[in-house]
Design a protein around this ligand. Structure first.
Ligand code: HEC
Length: 162
């Protein structure tokens, strides 16, 4: 039995295939970790999450047309991993949410977000997942109607943090 398993796994590719779904779960966790690190003024945490977002995963199952958006996520990850002051991460974090949201809009994904702990996290995930109900849930957001304007509102909100 063991021999059979060894024979099968020897034929498998070295990198286990990562489905879009698995990569997305990680993206969501890493993006939220970056937002939390930002709120906590934790530069090392922001950099760590950035490094994770920048990793090139061998993702399967995404249409080639949206791969540049995945590249953008990795570039923003690089930027976050090199941030020299926590406050500088406000812009990249808002762009991160906007880029996630752009791809979900193109691919027609209506993903369910994991429970966000704060109103800021809900706003971030609303933009990232283009989720109207999450956005409405964010109490002190201006009543803007388009996602690009909401991304800007998110950015301003991040920049206003002490
Ligand atoms: C290149 C396109 C693309 C980008 C960029 C992208 N996503 Fe996704 N996302 C998808 C697709 C496609 C799915 C559906 C995957 C599936 O169900 O197989 C998905 C699904 C999800 C899901 C649901 C996963 C599940 O378990 O059903 C979450 C959460 C998510 N994305 C979060 C994010 C976050 C956060 C970002 C940005 C950091 C992001 N995504 C960036 C394309 C993208």
């Amino acid at each position: 039995m063991w021999m059979m398993w060894a024979a099968v796994s020897a034929a498998e590719p070295v990198e286990p295939p990562v489905t879009a779904r698995v990569e997305m779960r990680e993206h969501e966790a890493d993006a939220l970790a970056a937002v939390r690190a930002f709120v906590a003024d934790d530069l090392r945490g922001i950099r760590r999450s950035g490094r994770r977002l920048a990793r090139p995963d061998p993702t399967r199952g995404l249409p080639p047309a949206v791969l540049p958006l995945l590249e953008s996520i990795r570039r923003i990850g690089d930027l976050l991993s090199e941030t020299s002051q926590a406050r500088d991460a406000a812009g990249p974090l808002a762009s991160l949410a906007g880029t996630c949201g752009a791809c979900h809009a193109i691919t027609g994904v209506t993903a369910v977000a994991h429970p966000a702990q704060t109103s800021l996290e809900r706003s971030f995930l609303a933009v990232a997942l283009r989720d109207e109900s999450l956005w409405r849930d964010a109490p002190d957001e201006p009543a803007t109607s388009s996602w690009p304007l909401r991304e800007r509102a998110l950015r301003q909100r991040l920049e206003r943090l002490p």
